[in-house]
Every structure is written in C-alpha cells, then in structure tokens.
Ligand binder design. Structure first.
Ligand SMILES: [Zn+2]
Length: 164
C-alpha cells in the first residue's frame, strides 16, 4: 500500500492511496507522542489547528506526527479508526480504489466554541465534524440556554399583564 499527501478539496492537504485497499485492511497507524489531555490543552491553547487523537476515555491523547494526521474527516468516510492495545489504526470500511482520498469520521467532541464546520461534500454531511452524540449534547445545551432566556421574557410579560 502506498499513501501520498497532496492537496484536497475537503481541507488543505489530504491523504490518498495509490493502490487499491480491501475492506477491513489496515491503512496506516495514527502515531505520535502520547501525552495527557491536560498537557495537550496547555501546549495547543492558542493553536487553531491540532492533530490530537483521544485514546480510550480521552485522558491521554496522541499528538499526531505521521501520515495519518493528514487524513481528512468525511461524514461518508471510507475508513474508521480502531484502537487496539494503545495503538490506533485507520482501517478500511469498504473497498477503496487507487487514487481515492482516505477519510474517516472524526467524531469530534470537546471543541469549545469552535463550530468544526465540515466541507466533506457527502450527501449525508452533518455540516460539522462533531459526533452525533456531541451534536445532541450541544443542541440540548443551546436549548437550555434558550429556555432560560424565554423564561425571563415570559416573566416580564406576566408582570406587565399584572399591572394592566
Ligand atoms: Zn460532512
């Protein structure tokens, strides 16, 4: 298998295969220094771009430093990640033709105020690189904030009615 990095329509640079890949085949490993989430947060506090990959429960992260860090997100990806004994593999979830861009679903969480907008162009695009669970969590949080505001406004109107 031969992977190359070149410009991508999804985002800046992407990772492409020059040979066909079979469904279920390991494409590459996500390697880099393993640091604690807290260390990474401090190191990348002011950096808009990071190549961190959360391990297990997310307490430790891989600070990407290899081909895999160039793999872009897609909502209709041809690969997924698989964590085995502390190693993260990018594994094909369908047959991939030579020349195709390698993608996996980032399923982001913990993005702060960042919208993490997605440009993957898939028909099923979620519009964001956040995981479906994270989208639900964020929607619920936004709804809670909105309900609070509405509640206040309602209270104001009731007061007025009371006066009239
Ligand atoms: Zn998308």
């Amino acid at each position: 298998m031969a992977l190359i990095i070149r410009s991508s329509a999804i985002h800046a640079a992407g990772c492409y295969t020059t040979t066909p890949i079979r469904n279920g085949q390991r494409v590459t490993e996500y390697t880099g220094q393993i640091v604690t989430k807290a260390e990474a947060d401090i190191a990348y506090e002011d950096s808009p771009i990071t190549y961190l990959f959360g391990l297990g429960d997310g307490a430790m992260v891989i600070d990407g430093h290899s081909t895999a860090m160039f793999i872009n997100h897609s909502c209709d990806a041809n690969c997924e990640t698989s964590e085995e004994k502390g190693h993260v593999w990018i594994v094909a979830i369908r047959d991939i033709e030579a020349g195709e861009e390698i993608t996996y679903d980032y399923c982001l969480y913990d993005g702060g105020d960042d919208e993490a907008r997605c440009n993957c162009g898939a028909k099923t695009c979620r519009g964001t690189m956040y995981s479906p669970q994270e989208i639900r969590r964020r929607k619920a949080a936004a709804k809670r904030a909105l309900t609070k505001k509405r509640g206040k406004r309602k209270a104001g109107r009731l007061e007025k009615t009371g006066v009239a």
